[in-house]
Write a protein that binds this ligand. Sequence first.
Ligand code: ADP
Length: 547
Amino acid sequence: MLGLMQSQPLSISSLIEFAARHHGEGEIVSRRVEGDLHRYTYKDAAQRARQLAEALDALGVQPGERVASIAWNGYRHLEMYFGVSGSGRVLHTINPRMHPEQIAWVMSHAQDQVVCFDMTFLPIVKAIHGKCPSVRHWVALCDADKLPPDSGIPNLLSYEVLLAAQTGNYRWPEFDENTASSMCYTSGTTGNPKAALYSHRSTVLHAYAAALPDVMGISARDSILPVVPMFHVNAWGIPYSAALTGAKLVFPGPGMDGKSIYDLIELEQVSYAAGVPTIWQMLLGHMEPNGLRFSSLKRTVIGGSACPPAMITAFNDHYGVEVLHAWGMTEMSPLGTVCTLKSKHLAMSEEGKMKVRLKQGRAIFGIDMKIVNAEGKELPWDGKTYGDLLVKGPWVLREYFQGVGDTHAVMPLVNGWFPTGDVATIDADGYMQITDRSKDVIKSGGEWISSIDIENIAVAHPAIAMAACIGMAHPKWDERPIVAVVKKPGAEVSREDLLKFYEGKAAKWQIPDDVVFLDTMPMGATGKMQKSKLRELLKDYQLPDLR
Ligand code: ADP
């Protein structure tokens, strides 16, 4: 027997319409490429998203066709989130930090029809427009007077001119909630970029889950700063959850340095922020020497790569900001786990609580997870046994858009579970801890060494800003770890002192064999350390006992 409730399809347009109706005056503040701060409301955003949808009709863009963005976090990008997807097209958010060749590759792979870009990225568009035959319209996210006179880009349109030409009487279409809504390519740290293709259903369910108190805990009283880019897994879904709750949104635009982020947090009384550890490193690096404090920031979600303990301590103990350590993937929309304490933890010592906080956290409702051994046998949740982490749920990828990279092969699920490529433990309370990515684990003498553990110890040293641990081939041990580090500006530490710092913090056989000092760390397009590049840089390197 079927239930007798209405089966209205879940839709992204309903999020912005809800925000416009119930939080119409809710503010959206954006630092623009133009340099100024732009302010408007959810009501304005909804109106302009409808105008964009109408403009896409006028351009003849069909349902299901891809409309790409190359843009910073800002209000026009937000309008694309709702206008493109809400009207039944697919928003393809492109990471501008990818190499232009790779951008042209993903555009052809996605068969983008329209590309909207911030003027900062004009040089990219100039470099690639001849290599993207599927693109019919290039749209600059600016006013007509900001369009370059002789860009050489055919059919270059101004976004504002496009919007101004519409009536504003658009009505959102209704369609199956499983309709594709947006797509995001992985940054390719593990091979060719592969695209996750989200649906209205997966996006709205994820938005509900993300807003929950023990997840991101987003409310109408929050002022949220998503520093995580809107081209990186939909800014972790924050724009959707913000519309769902009516929270104020503050967009940093191109101002991603420590000072710009700090100033914006204070100016807009941000209560809540989200980003990868590298961003917070820059923020703390600005605040510490200048003796600055937060007047409004209460919580920050840190994820995308392991959050070093030193950072959790700095935020929690020194600045009174609660850190929500989160884990997820492009293939998971992205949220899988968030680390919030249970009531049983509240009576623990600060040290005990810290041990829990360091983990990537508990699965959120909607995500099922397990760890398995090489034979696929499920492993116990004892906090010690590690294995390959598998997940499933309504916002987890089933298969990649048009297969895997160039090959068009479909990466199969394992009995309905998505293999994350991460190695993890899960404890009896259900807290998952990533020990490594399977390709980064260091296999030494039949034992595994977690590169994350080795990196965390290095960055706890006061002179170290960044650390990456990689395995080097060794005839006897198979692999031995070395740690590549970048020192904090003006700070000094010797190889010997850093290796000594490991004593008592890691088992003897886990201590790296060597330290390599770098001026800068190779970083990937999503702000993560790029170990593949590091390995390339160190291809002629020899371990001390093999020299
Ligand atoms: P990619 O880097 O391959 O493009 P994502 O940006 O989707 O893909 O990154 C997902 C991966 O990032 C996860 O599989 C995991 O290895 C890593 N990751 C994400 N969050 C965390 C975290 N909190 N701690 C450790 N690793 C994390």
